[in-house]
Design a protein around this ligand. Structure first.
Ligand code: ZN
Length: 80
């Protein structure tokens, strides 16, 4: 059983939306698999997921991907 590094409570595996503020634009990366603390809601990802998030953020910054704007944010599912 994994435990939260901050408060010591158990973490639960689920899919979460991760907001990233880039160039003053909010990018919501959706359906990101992560372990979330039941108590303090700290989010933990695997290294693989962290790398995917970084890759998306880089592409977004370079303008390689242009997700459709949604309200005041951009939204994108995490690619497989
Ligand atoms: Zn915690």
């Amino acid at each position: 059983m994994k435990k939260c590094a901050i408060c010591g409570w158990k973490v639960k595996h689920k899919k979460v939306d991760i907001p990233a503020l880039l160039k003053n634009k909010l990018l919501m990366i959706r359906e990101v698999p992560a372990d979330v603390c039941c108590e303090c809601e700290e989010i933990y990802y695997t290294l693989e997921v962290a790398r995917k998030l970084e890759a998306i953020e880089d592409k977004f910054m370079q303008g390689t991907i242009k997700p459709a704007p949604l309200k005041n944010a951009y939204e994108l599912p995490l690619p497989a």
